[in-house]
Design a protein around this ligand. Sequence first.
Ligand code: NAD
Length: 708
Amino acid sequence: MVEFEVSDDGIATITWNVADRPMNVLNDVSIAQFEKCIDRALSEPSIKGALITSSRPEFLVGADLDTLRGVTDASVAMKLAGRLSALLRRMERGGKPFVAAINGSALGGGLEVCLASHRRIAADNPRTQLGLPEVTLGLLPGAGGTQRLPRMIGLQRALPLLLEGRTLDVAKALELGIVDEVVPADQLLSRARQWLLAAGATDAVQPWDRKGFKMPGGGPQTANGRQLFMVTVGGVRAKTAGLYPAPTEILSCLHDGCNVDIDAGLKIEGRRLAKLAISPTAQNMIRTLFYAIGDANRLATRPAGVQRQTFTRLGILGAGMMGHGIAHVAAKSGLDVVLLDTSREAAEAGRTKALAPLERQVAQGRMAAGELERIAGRIKATANFDDLSGVDIVVEAVFENRAVKAAVTAKAEAVLAPTAIFASNTSTLPITGLAEASRRPKNFIGLHFFSPVERMQLVEVIRGRETSEETVARAMDFVKQIRKTPIVVNDGRGFYTSRVFGTYVYEGMALLADGVLPSVIDRAGTNAGMPVGPLALMDEVSIELMHKVMRQTQADLGAAYQPQPQDPVLVKMVEHLGRLGRKSGGGFYEYATDGTKHLWPDLGKHFPLAKEQPDFEDVRKRLMYIQSLEAARCLEENIIDASNADVGSILGWGFPAALGGVVSQIDTVGLARFVEECDRLAQRYGARFLPPKILRDRAGKEKLFRAA
Ligand code: NAD
């Protein structure tokens, strides 16, 4: 895992190669080996100094999260963090020079190894990323990152890197002073060796261990420092809404730790990391953001026994908002795209829109003109169905209308190869019903993209009743190929994401109908960590659209339709008041031309306030628990599994990652307590809060849905 070699000139080379993991990572075993190497380098008198490098494309990408997964004991977490931290301190204080020869990405603990080295030389490698991304998983760098980085580049430059977990390329790292020099890759080791051979005694002492050391730019108690912390604390509070403890802990490490000597600072850092590592927030973020999204990207639930497919040619029906977005991502991923609309002009207009974001990138110098040309050459705009011959897959994104969809299905299938997949991007129409228009329902599937397609990572893969497992597997291959994250769901009204996400906005309207102050409703949503309040979100999505969905469902279900608390609000807003949403001039909010908005002042007239306003916590719980209840019903009906449900909630509608997703929220609250609370809400606000059987059954045994 870590190799050790000494050359005749007395320079040791320590080479990372954690062969049994996909990348070089820090875990109990690799740290123990690294420790042996460092101790040997320090103790053997013939060794003058050592260089640390890797024989794999990356340098070292940080902690092996398997070691932190499910840890609930603070002492275990503390030991994990403490070991590397103590080792690095020994290394930098040992009196011999160490150089990090950074051949590729150094992230988290990997960068911390570099920071503790006496010199950092990086290969000029455009793929290298350097950074401390721990915060993005609810953690903090626990092997000196919060102490050495600010002592090296100053608080002001270190803070954003630690708080946002941003990564840098080599050039930027050089500019900031995180690396000392950048050399051509083939000279990396010789340059490191040369520096070591020339190094004098003081080169083996870190600046912060020298007499009279001063923090660059001043410490936390200088006027600059105080000002900086004042501004940053406010910003962090506003952003994290009290849900994400890591940024606050990082701030404390910098504030308290940079005010004392580095040994005391490292102790502060270790204690704070241990606290974070066992927090439900970090455990939730690691479980879902790292493992569950990783599983989804690796197609962990892909049906077995189907050969992997690489797609070369995609047909898109409808060059509207979704169609051109899909054309953009597919062409960028190297597929040839046939973009079809009712007229050649409409298709061309879609093609132009598909390329517009790339043209902006070229104008800003972020993409080469030749690359744009190559991508543009892959998109063919047409109105002729014959052009679809030879495509491996079709994505249909025409109007949300059964008859229109049925017509284009038949026309496309007339020219498609028998093996080609036909995928509908419908947002509301059940796939099984749409597949009735197909002559080959086994090859018919749903691929539900989200808007804007360029930015939204998730694609819901919807299995209709007749869809074959082979089609599911191949559709997942397609999603992966265009670099999106698939979750597989079974057919049903609203599939998974729209169905569960819908409960959030509907509950917002139910609260309005109950006479709750509108500003409180939206604040409760954002306060709970949702990106936007439910009423503001309704305006964005379009109240008119939700009204249409309601009327369509009423028509489809007839007498079986169960009236919902939001129905009267939709009827009043759309049919009586003509407030259809943001695009139509306003809805629950009024929109000024300067981009600002405020709640529509007449809202109170049409939805009178209740005399007694509910507890804020209750409003918050109603908005959040209703989502988890609906997700639990989806699990019960076998629409989706728990891991994908969490992934879909975070990537699909921005459910707070701190809670690990909509299902993890139940585990985090505790099953028995969640059921108890929902029973209480049901009694007070309606039967929609009654927990489904799956929840009651598990609650008795505290059987978690998403065990660590
Ligand atoms: P849109 O109105 O922007 O685009 C639809 C396009 O289809 C138009 O360009 C239209 O000319 C074309 N079209 C209509 N009939 C056609 C036909 N017979 N042959 C070829 N082209 C035809 O709509 P959109 O927002 O892109 O939505 C398309 C589909 O994607 C709908 O089913 C919608 O429910 C679904 N969807 C939309 C969103 C969203 O946020 N807009 C999200 C997910 C899914």
